[in-house]
Design a protein around this ligand. Structure first.
Ligand SMILES: NC(=O)c1ccc[n+]([C@@H]2O[C@H](COP(=O)([O-])OP(=O)(O)OC[C@H]3O[C@@H](n4cnc5c(N)ncnc54)[C@H](OP(=O)(O)O)[C@@H]3O)[C@@H](O)[C@H]2O)c1
Length: 162
């Protein structure tokens, strides 16, 4: 199976990613970057993150990750493993799946990522959800762009086999 897993996430300086099921900041340009990247793409999303979006995930083809085999929604397909999502995406002709969080899903996917689209937000403050430690991997930085209030980086690494 040759479908790449790519994470996209916005992190504060201390890897903050969420507060009360929402983002801890509001940076419309950064959110636009997220929406443009995942538009029309296959995405893997945690059940809690999916519910915090009220079922609307920005015109993507979503796979909701849950342990509950009976979980059903009218807007998305449910999967119980990353492997199942990759198999479904492959059968749909996709060559990549974007991992769009939240925290548990990023943690689970981290070893299998070949790419990380990292928005580093100029934020240090309250949070109740954090991105996992990720700098222990041998990432190569292919792009870096400074914006008002955030820095974008595209990192790549060799993924572990699923
Ligand atoms: N800053 C960012 O870029 C960003 C992006 C996305 C989300 N967020 C934030 O992240 C927070 C939500 O993250 P979260 O960690 O609470 O929830 P989450 O990762 O969205 O979802 C957790 C759920 O995923 C399912 N799951 C976890 N491990 C699994 C496994 N091994 N197999 C099958 N299913 C599994 C479980 O669903 P079931 O309970 O149904 O079994 C679990 O309850 C929110 O604050 C949100 O705003 C931030």
């Amino acid at each position: 199976m040759n479908v790449k897993l790519i994470a996209i996430a916005a992190l504060g300086k201390n890897r903050e990613i969420g507060l009360k099921n929402d983002l801890p900041w509001s940076i419309p340009k950064e959110y636009e970057h997220f929406q443009e990247t995942v538009l029309g793409q296959h995405v893997l999303i945690g059940r809690k993150n999916f519910e915090s979006h009220d079922g609307d995930i920005d015109h993507t083809i979503p796979y909701i990750l849950t342990r509950n085999k009976d979980y059903k929604t009218s807007t998305a397909q449910t999967v119980t493993s990353i492997k199942e999502a990759l198999a479904l995406a492959a059968s749909d002709g996709a060559d990549k799946v974007y991992v769009i969080g939240g925290a548990e899903i990023y943690q689970l996917a981290l070893p299998y990522l070949s790419e990380f689209l990292w928005s580093e937000i100029d934020y240090q403050g309250p949070a109740d959800a954090f991105f996992p430690e990720f700098l222990q991997y041998s990432w190569e930085t292919l792009e870096e762009e400074r914006h008002d209030g955030w820095t974008f980086r595209r990192l790549v690494k060799t993924p572990q086999n699923l």
